[in-house]
Design a protein around this ligand. Sequence first.
Ligand code: GKR
Ligand code: MG
Length: 438
Amino acid sequence: MMFSNIPKHGPRIREVIVTPIAITDPPLLNAAGLHAPYALRTIMEIVTDDGISGISEIPGNLAINEALASAGDVIRGMDVFHLNPIRRALEQRYGIDAAGDRGLAPWDQRKLVHIFSAVEVACMDIIGKVTSRPVVDLLGGKMRDAVPFAAYLFYKPAGAGGTLGFNLDNNAQGWDASRQSAALDPNGMVNQAKAMCKHFGFKSIKLKGGVFEPQQETDAIIALHEAFGDQVPLRIDPNGVWHPETALHFGRLLKPHIEYLEDPVRGQAAMADIRKALDIPLATNMCTTSFEELPTAFRLHSEDIILSDHHFWGGLQASMHLAAICKTFGRELSMHSNSHLGISLAAMVHLGAALPDLHHALDTHYPWQSDEIIQGGRLSFEDGCVAVPKEPGLGVEIDREALVQLHQNYLDCGLTKRDDEIEMQKIEPGWTFKAVRF
Ligand code: GKR
Ligand code: MG
């Protein structure tokens, strides 16, 4: 048999284009404050020497963008299939993040994980295109045809975000109208949940907590349980701002109503204590967020479910490795999210489809966004699920006009990083972020 046609190398990286964008985001309350009228995202495009382009999307942040732009110099000329050498070159240039670099906010502020995720997903998109396979096949093939997501509820004042800020678009209908409405009490959360589940068909519900007194948030979960019954699993995420005594007290009250409790307290040791005392599943995207933290996580048993995020764990392949390690140690893997558009969603769907086991619907902020950057408009949900793209690569392409417009939003809005504290102070002067509040 002759293999003389096998090329000596794959397509080489010729160009790296980094475009910061700002997308409309409603005023969502969370433990760190309030979402700004725009959420920042960064779009990366890698073009090969033979003109094939691959894309990715990561959370936007000026410091990370500057590093990402310089990453072009590191990886230019490298073979897109050579993800291991690419990772090594990036590590040598930017250094390995320390777990502590993620910061105290609900979201991750490390640098290398974002850079590697952006580069890896764009390369995988190209590899899929040159091999005519969807990304899910590069991850080992799909275990399901459609990936289930959960309704992600947020407390919020009335407001639509973007240029409308706290104003309303009075012509909005259906979910578009609900998305702008205030939701500040249990009744408001039930209304929000009903509108979101009706529109997207979600079969699981997550409540973003850590905003109000835990009793009020517990009442919201009880009201949701009453409204949706036992068939719809519920979870609540106070992003670590509860004191251990608070978590114990309200964890007991919540126990009959939830499938799992997400990050009730800070730190692996405190999580392990709470888990043992409450005897309910705990999930995290805050206390175990990197491979170096896994040995202690497994030794202490700080959580049952790790909420992975390919943007924060260094890409899709790294998330598959994480899934294998979790399975070995008897932990489950699900998915965390932040405000995002369709390129991230497509990557999340490919990963969600490839995971060998999926016990919980994945998180997504997508219903809260109204902009889109991919050709053909926003991806659709059927019965709470997104169908796995069948086209080569990620299966989504950049809408160039939308990219120009959303980049202009970025230039106009003047934001350079996410800062929910500053936004919160606009509605509640003097408010400050507290790592532990209740
Ligand atoms: O969008 O405000 C938010 C969330 O709080 C987000 O930043 C978190 O990272 O959704 C995330 C979580 O599960 O902690
Ligand atoms: Mg969380």
